[in-house]
Design a protein around this ligand. Structure first.
Ligand code: OFO
Length: 170
């Protein structure tokens, strides 16, 4: 059975993962509108991934005997100062999510809720992967000129870029 304070944090995490999805969808819309369809596709995939993260916590709470709460989602940021700002905002957001996840891990251990502690290990690994992905993209952006036209090639690369290892061909 999930401890009450851990349950509150897990429900907060449901909201944060859903908000992440909305934030990336908002970035998708901005990028598409600014003429970066590849980066928009990338953000749309991130948005879908975040929804699966939300659902995974939701399902876990129900399976572990808790009450999962469907949250109201705050409005995500809609305007950005440029291509680079989008990815800096995304990386800063992922760092915030990592902190929230580490807090749940800490509290679940402190409360001897080892089932939740074990469940959260997947998120710890996932956050490392996502911070690394956005960090890699930002490194590439920093190498580029500030002139938006030089983002054309990166935009094309982002159309197929993911944080996952390619699966082995059958
Ligand atoms: Fe859900 O992994 Fe990012 O936020």
């Amino acid at each position: 059975m999930i401890k009450e304070n851990v349950l509150l944090l897990l429900n907060d995490q449901i909201e944060l993962e859903a908000f992440s999805s909305f934030q990336y969808l908002s970035m998708c819309a901005w990028l598409d509108n600014q003429g970066f369809p590849g980066a928009a596709q990338f953000m749309a995939r991130q948005a879908n991934e975040e929804m699966t993260h939300m659902k995974k916590v939701f399902d876990y709470v129900m399976e572990a005997g808790g009450r999962a709460i469907v949250p109201a989602i705050p409005k995500p940021q809609e305007e950005f100062d440029g291509f680079r700002d989008v990815f800096e905002t995304a990386l800063a957001h992922e760092r915030k999510v990592t902190e929230a996840i580490h807090h749940i891990v800490f509290e679940s251990q402190a409360n001897k809720d080892f089932t939740t502690f074990n469940f959260m290990q997947w998120y710890v690994a996932e956050q490392l992967e996502e911070e690394s992905l956005f960090g890699t993209i930002l490194d590439k952006i920093k190498l580029l000129d500030r002139d938006n036209s030089t983002f054309y090639h990166l935009d094309r690369e982002l159309a197929t870029m993911t944080g996952k290892e390619p699966s082995n061909p059958a």
